[in-house]
Design a protein around this ligand. Structure first.
Ligand code: PLP
Length: 402
């Protein structure tokens, strides 16, 4: 049974810190990471937490503290990771369509780098030759992921170097004497089917022999977590078993041992997060009631961005009679969090909690409508502490020149 925060704990935090409020439960992060270690026991594997999911420095520190590595999608994320105490050897920077200058900055930080275009690969080779091992992000032409916006490995995707350009890649390596240590793919997010990862391994193993100095196969992130009640996530133990078998078979066949890397973001932090909001107003809707909460797409955009489902609980009246609600935000677009959702009776002033609010939630928040970003709280060993204060007017003005 996974560790969770109770309705009473969440209500107390809402009263103490105000709403809207993001709450992260540290032990749940550790639990998810331990699940991975357990499932992949015996395999030569490293996990790099995809920091883009949630970069609060306290979360990064905690992830470092439990022994996990970190994957960064920008040089600033890499800087934050180093600031949080990660050793550069534990930091991976996987770029997409960035300038060569940004890659040079990452190189100067001493972190692992995956490059996703032939032009940057060539520039890197010309500048660093064999002196700095590097990874190549390939586009494996595999359709996967929960929706098109988070499908990143298909044949029409902007990510990675197309597999069909491998000859050109090999020419660049020959020309510049590059040291290719890693082959990387990330086919998408919310991939339930273990066979998709197996297909990715197969694709990379097919080309691996052309890279004599290869040490690592990096399969990216994308493990699905359950969002809806009764839904199932990726079968992590099955995946662990599969990866172990496939890599052992490769070693037996080619006499070459490769290490597997993964970059889970959502799997590590999604379930540790709770987003607590307060109901401001109730209004009639067709076949339902609008519950207008004190937040909107500026604080949690996933439902509007790609129809993400978040379980919602009325923690102020959990045993109330079930009614249909449209849970909507306070922003000047139609920011519907849930439509015709059966929920225990909602009264104005009730606290509603959105589950799975750890990954890509606060991280995608903005100041739209000049509203303050929510505060963030972390609960560790039963103790809550503020890890980001609620904004105030000076935060809206910060950086403006006037
Ligand atoms: C390169 C890369 N690695 C890892 C991830 C993390 O994916 P997820 O949060 O689905 O595990 C992403 C997500 O966008 C990504 O682009």
């Amino acid at each position: 049974m996974a560790t969770e925060l109770s309705h009473e704990q969440l209500s107390a935090l809402a009263r103490e810190y105000g709403t809207p409020l993001y709450v992260y439960h540290a032990e749940r992060i550790r639990e998810q990471y331990n699940n991975l270690l357990e499932a992949f026991r015996g395999a030569d594997v490293r996990f790099f937490y995809a920091a883009k999911a949630l970069t609060n420095i306290n979360v990064l520190r905690y992830v470092n503290h439990i022994g996990c590595n970190v994957d960064c999608s920008s040089v600033n994320e890499a800087r934050l990771a180093l600031h949080a105490g990660f050793d550069p050897e534990k930091v991976l920077y996987t770029s997409n369509n960035v300038s060569f200058e940004e890659i040079e900055e990452a190189q100067s930080l001493g972190v692992h780098i995956n490059i996703d275009s032939i032009s940057n690969l060539r520039k890197f080779g010309r500048k660093f030759g064999h002196s700095y091992p590097v990874g190549i992000r390939l586009r494996p032409n595999i359709m996967a992921g929960g929706n098109l916006k988070i499908s990143t490995g298909h044949a029409d995707s902007k990510f990675g170097i197309p597999l069909e350009n491998i000859t050109e890649v090999l020419d660049v390596i020959r020309e510049t004497n590059l040291f290719i240590r890693t082959l990387h793919i990330h086919t998408g997010s919310e991939i339930k089917d273990v066979e998709v990862f197996a297909r990715g391994i197969e694709v990379l193993f097919e080309v691996a022999q052309q890279f004599p100095e290869l040490e690592v196969i990096d399969l990216g992130g994308g493990f699905k977590v359950p969002y809806m009640p009764g839904e199932e996530g990726t079968d992590i133990p099955l995946l662990g078993k599969k990866v172990k078998e496939e890599f052992e078979q490769y070693e037996a066949k080619y006499g070459r041992k490769l290490q597997a890397w993964f970059e889970p973001g959502k799997y590590i932090v999604s379930e540790c997060g709770y987003f607590i909001t307060k109901v401001n107003v109730l209004k009639p809707a067709v076949n339902a009631v609008f519950a207008g909460v004190d937040t909107g797409l500026n604080h949690l955009i996933r439902p509007m961005f790609y129809n993400a489902y978040h379980q919602i609980e009325n923690i102020s009246n959990p045993t109330g009679a079930i009614q249909q609600y449209n849970v909507v935000g306070n922003i000047c677009e139609t920011d519907t969090f849930a439509e015709n959702r059966p929920l225990p009776e909602i009264r104005e002033g009730d606290f509603l909690v959105f589950r799975n609010a750890g990954a890509y939630c606060f991280e995608m928040s903005s100041h739209y409508n000049s509203r303050f970003k929510p505060a963030e709280v972390m609960v560790e060993d039963g103790t809550a502490r503020l890890i980001r204060k609620r904004d105030e007017l000076s935060d809206l003005l910060a950086g403006q020149v006037y």
